[in-house]
Design a protein around this ligand. Structure first.
Ligand code: SF4
Length: 211
C-alpha cells in the first residue's frame, strides 16, 4: 500500500466508526469495484430504485449495472416533459431504495448536502425505505462546518457547470451566495443522525469520486 492508501484507509475506518455512532450503517471499501459489490448486496430486482445526482453512481458502475441487468429503476431522465420529470421525482420519494452521494462528510460522521429543487435531500431525510450513499474519500473533511464550506465552495460551483444557470458560480467558478432563481443551493442539509437506525447506508470509498 502507498502512504496515501494507508492514510486513507485509517481515515476511512475512523469515519465509519463515527457514522456508526450516529446510527448510520457504514463501511469502508478500498476500491470502486468493492463499493459496487457492497451496494449490490443491498439491492434486489423486486425493489423500486431511484437516485439523485449521477456522477458517483456512474463512476462506480452501479447505474450502468442496474440498467443492463433488469433492475426496476425509476429515472427522471425518462420523463419526456418537465411535468413528467417532476412527477417521476415525486414518485422517487416513495421508492424502496434511493441512491445518492454526499457533498461532504465530516470526520465525526455528519453528512452535508446542498440541493436546488430539494428532491435529493428530501429523499435523504424521509420517504424511501433505505438510502444508499456512496462517497469517495475526497468528500471527507475535518468538521461539520468544513463540510458546509466544501459543499458550497467546491461541490456546488462544479455541479453548477452542468446546468448553465444564471448564477455567479456558473460564470465565475466561485460561490457568490446568490438568490438567483437558478440557485442550486436552496437547501443546505446536515444529517446529524440516521433515524430510524440503519435506514441510511454509507459506503466510503478509498478513491476520489464525484466532486
Ligand atoms: S453562487 Fe448560488 S448556486 Fe452558486 S454555489 Fe453559491 S449559492 Fe450555490
Amino acid at each position: 500500500m502507498t502512504p496515501v492508501e494507508k492514510r486513507n484507509q485509517k481515515l476511512g475506518e475512523k469515519v465509519v466508526k463515527a457514522l456508526e455512532s450516529r446510527h448510520f450503517e457504514a463501511c469502508w471499501c478500498a476500491t470502486k469495484e468493492e463499493a459496487l459489490q457492497k451496494a449490490l448486496g443491498w439491492l434486489d430486482k423486486q425493489m423500486q430504485i431511484s437516485y439523485g445526482g449521477t456522477a458517483t453512481m456512474e463512476e462506480i458502475g452501479l447505474l450502468p449495472y442496474l440498467r443492463e441487468n433488469g433492475y426496476n429503476l425509476l429515472e427522471r431522465s425518462k420523463g419526456k416533459t418537465p411535468e413528467e420529470q417532476a412527477e417521476i421525482m415525486r414518485r422517487a420519494l416513495l421508492c424502496d431504495t434511493f441512491l445518492m452521494s454526499a457533498n461532504a462528510i465530516s470526520e465525526d460522521g455528519q453528512l452535508v448536502n446542498v440541493d436546488g429543487r430539494a428532491n435529493r435531500v428530501a429523499a435523504l431525510c424521509f420517504g424511501p425505505k433505505q438510502v444508499i450513499v456512496v462517497a469517495g474519500v475526497n468528500k471527507i473533511v475535518r468538521s461539520a462546518e468544513d463540510a458546509v464550506v466544501r459543499a458550497r465552495t467546491i461541490a456546488a460551483p462544479i455541479n453548477a457547470q452542468r446546468f448553465d444557470g444564471d448564477t455567479p458560480c456558473t460564470k465565475q467558478g466561485v460561490c457568490g451566495d446568490c438568490k438567483s432563481p437558478d440557485c442550486i443551493c436552496a437547501q443546505i442539509v446536515t444529517t446529524r443522525l440516521c433515524k430510524p437506525a440503519g435506514r441510511i447506508k454509507v459506503i466510503l470509498v478509498g478513491e476520489p469520486l464525484g466532486f
